[in-house]
Ligand binder design. Structure first.
Ligand code: HAM
Length: 418
């Protein structure tokens, strides 16, 4: 037997998934976002230019497609922010801020574990062409409201940090480099020594307890901001308090992708275990120019990890207003001689939006009734030789067990009324 590819998964029941999508569509519309979709296939260069060559996603996790030598190198997208910016630039969108959302599968060649897959799904929300910190506040408030009110989650926290503008980031990297080169950081692990040279902010992701202890003393980006960024960082914190969004300042939150500037945040839940972030985002004011735009388009956004969200929702799904399936009625033809009649009847009923299934494989009435019961049917519609002859149906109410005979011609009205 062939099994599915490692790190992928089958959805055998999409009720909760579809519920989340339906809710985000309604929610995003309230905040005046429109829905877009970009391809799963993108040029490798798009992500190399935006996420950074030394990030984990680029250096280890890309799914590259084997194309002909003279063709451009393509990959399965690992995330959707770069794609959204590419679409914005490619279509010369003039009206800004461009507020869009999308959802779909992403691909990263990671070591699979609980909540971490090689093919997973994200909802992406992006605002391109806005510098105002008010947008950061509204985006975070929108997400917080989505989780707390629409999805009724309560066991989560919002972590925020401020990386500063590009100039601040350069200064901060130098400070961090100096710290890592000092006596205080002499004991860092070999991986962190490489990170120090290649992708210095990633040191904070190290799980090694000794490194963690050393980094308690590391300088914080929010302590090395220019005047304008200091003011924005204060506005962000004051604004969140004013909007009643609880948050915790997490100086070690740097996010794994190179395009971030200024605001970064993550929604985390201890119910998720090691992979505790179910939503992450921030500002990416330089991404447009990183992708070759002459004009700067300050921007921000976030992505929600759907699988991790579903892990949080699964235990509380009874509290959600999930859509009820329509009442099901099952036709039981007693022998193949009634199959054609069963098909004709079911066709008439389906045309009237009645939900119908036919049991064409049953051996005895007893086993067919048992199966009808398991299917959760409201009525069993029994068709035997007598019913065929008399143009009737024996209708059994599966809830109260009562049975009666009615004319086939009256069946639609009968089922619709009860
Ligand atoms: P990210 O933090 O890489 O950010 O991913 C966002 C979320 O996707 C994570 O918090 C997590 O819930 C989910 N996720 C990531 N990798 C996996 C995986 N291997 N398996 C399951 N879930 C996963 C981004 O992708 C940015 N594009 C977010 C953004 C949008 N920033 C600005 N705009």
């Amino acid at each position: 037997m062939t099994s599915r590819v490692k790190g992928t998964h089958d959805f055998l029941d999409l009720t909760l998934f579809n519920f989340v999508i339906k809710e985000i569509k309604a929610h995003a519309q309230h905040y005046h976002f429109s829905e877009i979709a970009t391809p799963i296939l993108e040029p490798v260069e798009l992500f190399q230019r935006s996420l950074g060559t030394y990030t984990d996603v680029i250096s280890k996790e890309m799914f590259l497609i084997d194309t002909k030598e003279d063709e451009e190198r393509i990959c399965l997208r690992p995330e959707a922010t770069a794609s959204t910016m590419r679409a914005f630039l490619q279509h010369h969108i003039e009206q800004t801020p461009w507020k869009v959302f999308s959802y779909g599968p992403m691909f990263r060649y990671e070591r699979p574990q609980k909540g971490r897959f090689r093919q997973f799904h994200q909802i992406n929300i992006e605002i391109i062409g806005s510098v105002a910190i008010a947008q950061d506040l509204q985006l975070i408030k929108m997400l917080d409201r989505f989780f707390a009110e629409r999805l009724q989650l309560n066991n989560f926290a919002l972590l925020i940090n401020f990386l500063g503008c590009m100039d601040d980031r350069v200064i901060y990297r130098d400070k961090l480099y100096a710290f890592l080169s000092s006596e205080a950081a002499a004991g860092i692990c070999d991986t962190c020594k490489i990170r120090k040279e290649k992708n210095i902010l990633r040191i904070f992701d190290c799980k090694n307890p000794k490194c963690q202890e050393i980094y308690q003393q590391a300088p914080h980006s929010a302590d090395h901001l220019c005047k304008a960024c200091q003011s924005e960082w204060k506005q962000l914190q004051d604004g969140l308090s004013l909007l009643s969004v609880s948050f915790a300042y997490e100086p070690k939150l740097v996010r794994g992708l190179d395009y971030y500037t200024k605001t970064v945040f993550e929604f985390v839940s201890e119910n998720l275990g090691a992979q505790n972030a179910f939503c992450g985002g921030g500002r990416y004011d330089q991404l447009a120019t990183m992708l070759g735009s002459k004009k700067e388009y300050p921007a921000l956004g976030a992505a929600i990890g759907i699988e991790r969200l579903l892990l949080l929702l699964e235990p509380k799904k009874n509290e959600l207003s999930l859509p009820e399936p329509p009442a099901l009625h099952v036709i039981l033809p007693m022998s193949p001689a009634q199959h054609m009649l069963a098909l004709l009847l079911s066709d008439t009923l389906q045309a009237q939006n009645v939900c119908i299934d036919i049991l064409a494989e049953g051996d005895s009435i007893k086993s067919m009734m048992r199966q009808t019961n398991r299917m959760g049917a409201r009525y069993a519609l029994i068709l035997g030789a007598d019913e065929q002859q008399n143009k009737t149906v024996t209708v059994k109410n599966m809830v109260i067990g009562e049975q009666e005979t009615i004319a086939q011609i009256d069946l639609v009205a009968y089922l619709k009324q009860g």
